[in-house]
Design a binder for this molecule. Structure first.
Ligand code: KG4
Ligand code: ZN
Length: 334
């Protein structure tokens, strides 16, 4: 079979990224610019600034990516782009660029869901075999799915309120750490002990998650201690929060292993960069003699290579989008 080269575009949040991916698994080139430093000044992503910065960056990122790949747009077999979910203005920059390139160069257009992209990031270094359990843990989503085959998803559970990454970011903010909070809380937690009392989420009968109670408990604790004039032991608070937040994921995946008999777990999304999550899940997988797949750090956080990987099964099935493709700020996988 001929090799397939897909140019993939990702601009759903605060990274502008393009990649050339061969056969859905080999990264020929990857270019990423992040707006993180700009948004850090505001304590979170400012949508208007994000879309403007994507517009400014996109041409340069395209040139950089093609130069790294030593390829031309004519060499591509398809153009893939994240169309959902994400910030509408940001998504539009990627989608409009993809449509223009596809039209100009007569290439098929492939619309990719960002979360499915995070799952397929695992194909960049490993070969996903089915059936598998997929845990999506990002700034906007916390979901546990069964994947029976390419693009065949069944949802076991999801968050009823906040996503786990969102909880990390909010907790970071109340203890005075800059955006994005996840990596900063993780660093702090390494130096602390589980000494505070925080309530565990109670979603025991289901596979669903809940993080708003835990987040509010941290906010209240900081507020009360500050009012009493007491210092917060930030390291210990970060550690206590992280233990509970990750333990909740472990308990639900444990239950899914037990009930489904599936022997494979894929973890996807920004929070999968967390070392504590990795080590706890790897212990769990040992217990069930299951395989654990987590992409390397570069492919855990937002990047276009994962979009190229997720576009490949659609390319093989000729699932192309019309040149009228529109963005969607929230698109369910299932
Ligand atoms: O997938 P992602 O890059 O963007 C979304 O699609 O949301 O995920 C970003 C989220 C943020 O909430 C960030 O704080 C969190 O992932 N995150 C982490 C870590 N690295 C990133 N959370 C915990 N520990 C980390 N090391
Ligand atoms: Zn993401």
């Amino acid at each position: 079979m001929m090799d397939t080269y897909i140019l993939a575009i990702e601009s759903s949040c605060d990274e502008t990224s393009m990649a050339v991916v061969k056969n859905g698994c080999e990264v020929i080139a990857l270019s990423i610019t992040t707006q993180m430093d700009t948004h850090a000044k505001y304590g979170g992503v400012v949508p208007e600034i994000a879309s403007r910065m994507h517009t400014e960056a996109i041409t340069f990122v395209l040139e950089d990516c093609l130069e790294k790949a030593q390829m031309k747009l004519e060499d591509m077999d398809a153009i893939a782009v994240t169309y959902a979910p994400g910030l509408t203005g940001s998504l539009m920059v990627g989608v409009e660029s993809a449509k223009i390139l596809a039209l100009m160069y007569h290439k098929p257009l492939i619309a990719v869901n960002h979360l499915i992209g995070h799952i397929y990031a695992n194909n960049l270094e490993n070969n996903m075999e089915y059936p598998l359990l997929a845990l999506i843990v990002s700034g906007g989503h916390t979901e546990l799915l069964v994947m029976e085959d390419d693009y065949k998803f069944k949802r076991l559970g999801e968050t009823m309120d906040d996503a786990i990454g969102e909880a990390y970011d909010k907790v970071a903010r109340v203890v005075g750490l800059p955006y994005p909070g996840g990596p900063n809380i993780e660093k702090l937690a390494r130096m602390g002990s589980h000494t505070y009392f925080l309530p565990k989420p109670v979603m025991d009968d289901t596979y669903n998650f809940s993080y708003s109670g835990l987040k509010s408990a941290v906010i209240n604790l900081v507020h009360n201690e500050t009012q009493r004039g007491n210092d917060i032991r930030k390291e210990d608070l970060a550690r206590t929060f992280q233990d509970i937040a990750i333990d909740e994921l472990v308990r639900k995946v444990d239950k899914a292993f037990k009930n489904t008999g599936i022997k494979r777990l894929v973890i996807a999304g920004g929070v999968s960069a967390n070392q504590y999550l990795k080590s706890e899940m790897s212990k769990l997988c040992q217990k069930y003699d299951a395989e654990l797949l987590i992409p390397r750090m570069l492919y855990c956080t937002d990047n276009a290579a994962m979009i190229g990987a997720a576009a490949y099964p659609k390319y093989l099935r000729k699932e192309f989008s019309s040149y009228n493709l529109e963005v969607s700020s929230s698109a369910d996988i299932v």
